[in-house]
Design a protein around this ligand. Structure first.
Ligand code: GRF
Length: 208
């Protein structure tokens, strides 16, 4: 399976996928990353892609006259790599109608909270501020909402005392440790076994 990964930031989820595929081989893992896209040139995930010899593309919202034009450009740039699956890993933009029309049902996102709790761009901060005792991460399919698509898998992470003092960075790092493993597991299983989405349910065979 061909995978395009979209990033905005450090790209450690991307790196986890690259490392897993390098370790197991694309055939056994079931997928290879064919390109990495970003919404900003500063995304260090792009450096990780280049270090892996992968093609990259950048679609900045401000380079286009409208959101719809940006969405069309992102769709075209992604489609050029003929992905079977698109993985949004820390991609901080909401994809539009054209992107969803083209790749809907094949876009996976990872979010650092237990959806439907704490959706949006500050899930870690919001869980901490709310006083949640357990948070975690969610891998889900992207639909036309914000972090509202069918859930594929989740992992829990306990909020501990020092998180409250140290703030969200420590908690987010602990979540990311779990999140990277969850994303690598899910992407591989989706690629190897295929899946069906029935309403909000994702039918994904367990590893035989
Ligand atoms: C991840 O926790 C992702 O869920 C959130 O931002 C973080 C991105 O981390 N949206 P990285 O860029 O993969 O290191």
């Amino acid at each position: 399976k061909r995978v395009v990964v979209l990033v905005s930031g450090s790209g450690t989820n991307l790196q986890a996928l690259l490392d897993a595929i390098a370790a197991r081989g694309p055939e056994e893992y079931g997928a290879r990353i064919v390109a990495v896209g970003a919404d900003r040139h500063s995304a260090t995930g792009l450096d990780r892609a280049r270090a892996a010899g992968l093609p990259t593309f950048v679609c900045r919202v401000n380079d286009y006259g409208s959101r719809a034009e940006w969405d069309a450009a992102l769709t075209g740039a992604t489609a050029a790599h003929r992905p079977d699956l698109v993985v949004s890993a820390g991609f901080m933009k909401i994809v539009g109608r054209e992107f969803l029309a083209r790749f809907g049902g094949r876009i996976v996102n990872t979010h650092p909270a237990l959806l439907p709790s704490f959706p949006g761009a500050h899930g870690v901060r919001d869980a901490l501020a709310y006083g949640a005792k357990i948070t975690g991460c969610t891998v889900h399919f992207v639909d036309d909402g914000v972090d509202t698509g069918p859930i594929i898998a989740q992992s829990a992470v306990e909020v501990v005392e020092e998180d409250t003092e140290e703030g969200e960075a420590a908690l987010h790092e602990r979540i990311k440790d779990v999140e990277r493993r969850l994303l690598v597991d899910v992407v591989g299983r989706l690629a190897r076994h295929g899946y069906r989405i029935e309403g909000r349910k994702v039918m994904l065979p367990d590893e035989q």
